[in-house]
Ligand binder design. Structure first.
Ligand SMILES: Nc1ncnc2c1ncn2[C@@H]1O[C@H](COP(=O)(O)OP(=O)(O)O)[C@@H](O)[C@H]1O
Ligand SMILES: [Mg+2]
Length: 311
């Protein structure tokens, strides 16, 4: 069932169209990834969904509620981890969370419980009484995530939560997102890191210049690039005749041989690999190593835009 419906949403800043007539739906329980380079319009779209900014046009429904007319109900459903860290540096981690909890109308014993739980999820229970200005960037991010969870939202929205942080905090965040999603939380995760989106997300939208240029599962997106697998074989000797035989095999699209490295582009490595190996063995070619590389979201982006995802 689709839980969030985005219908023809746009946002203009003067002549610039930051979000350009976007429509898509997110299912309940999905771990939805929004992948795009800096300036694609991800944060603008997130700010519109979370009612922080008004769209120039279009409509958004969250669990059937129009965000324009049911803003306060929608806010209870959504938990936002913004791209820019929003914490008071001179207050402790616990005090910051208590402040955010009060903003959501929590108080008394319930507030204490929720702060405790949120600190546990962030893996920072032992740092509750330390001031935020003594925290690393990664720890601040984890507190930010904890703050977004205090009111137990149905949907967690995270905007580039791992930019510029240490690997340990990054791993902690990725694991936390996976765990929350497994427990039933719907997640929207934006990033310009294709490895993270590929690792985490069950459904992915690729965004560029304010538009969603492709959407689907990893497998569906990979299929947009035709020669999707590359078989790389290192040989100790070469034999021109055998390369011509391999070239003629079904499903082999392209073959190159440079300095002992045989590179074969194919629509499907699984179906041709055995034939390639037996052809090489019959021709007495000695195989040193075999690697199969798959096209990834980076190659999909390159294929669709002619540009690399990262600058
Ligand atoms: N408040 C604003 N005023 C003018 N332009 C903006 C504003 N916010 C964002 N933009 C522009 O909109 C585009 C999309 O920005 P943003 O949504 O932050 O992209 P992303 O989050 O994908 O990096 C960029 O060109 C950015 O400069
Ligand atoms: Mg952004």
């Amino acid at each position: 069932m689709s839980y969030i419906q985005i219908k023809s949403v746009s946002k203009k800043y003067g002549d610039l169209t930051a979000v350009d007539n976007i429509s898509f739906e997110i299912k309940e329980g999905e771990l939805f990834g929004l992948l795009g380079p800096n300036g694609a319009g991800k944060s603008t779209l997130i700010s519109i969904i979370t009612t922080l900014i008004k769209p120039s046009g279009g409509q958004i429904l969250v669990n059937g509620l129009d965000i324009k007319t049911k803003q306060s109900e929608v806010k209870k459903i959504l938990g936002l981890v913004p791209q820019d860290i929003a914490l008071y540096p001179t207050l402790t981690a616990g005090e910051n969370l208590a402040f955010w909890g009060k903003m959501y109308g929590l108080g008394g014993r319930l507030l204490k419980e929720r702060v405790k739980e949120a600190l546990e999820i962030a893996g920072l229970s032992d740092r509750a009484k330390n001031r935020i200005d003594s925290f690393s960037g990664g720890m601040k991010r984890r507190i930010n995530i904890a703050a977004a969870l205090l009111h137990k939202p149905k949907v967690l929205i995270m905007d580039e939560p791992t930019v510029g942080i240490d690997p340990q905090s990054r791993n902690h965040i990725l694991e936390t997102v996976q765990k929350l999603n497994k427990e039933g939380m719907t997640v929207i995760y934006t990033s310009h890191y294709m490895e993270e989106i590929e690792f985490l997300c069950s459904y992915i939208g690729i965004m560029d210049h304010g538009k969603i240029i492709a959407m689907g599962t990893k497998e569906e997106l990979r299929k947009l690039v035709s020669n999707k697998d590359v078989i790389k074989i290192k040989l100790t000797n070469e034999n021109d005749a055998v390369f011509n035989t391999i070239k003629k095999l079904d499903n082999v699209d392209n073959i190159t041989f440079i300095d002992g490295d045989l590179s074969i582009n194919t629509g499907n490595a699984d179906t041709v690999l055995a034939k390639i190996i037996s052809t090489l063995e019959n021709a007495k070619c000695k195989i040193q190593t075999i690697n199969i590389e798959q096209s990834n979201l980076e190659s999909v982006f390159l294929h669709l835009t002619g540009r690399a995802l990262r600058d």
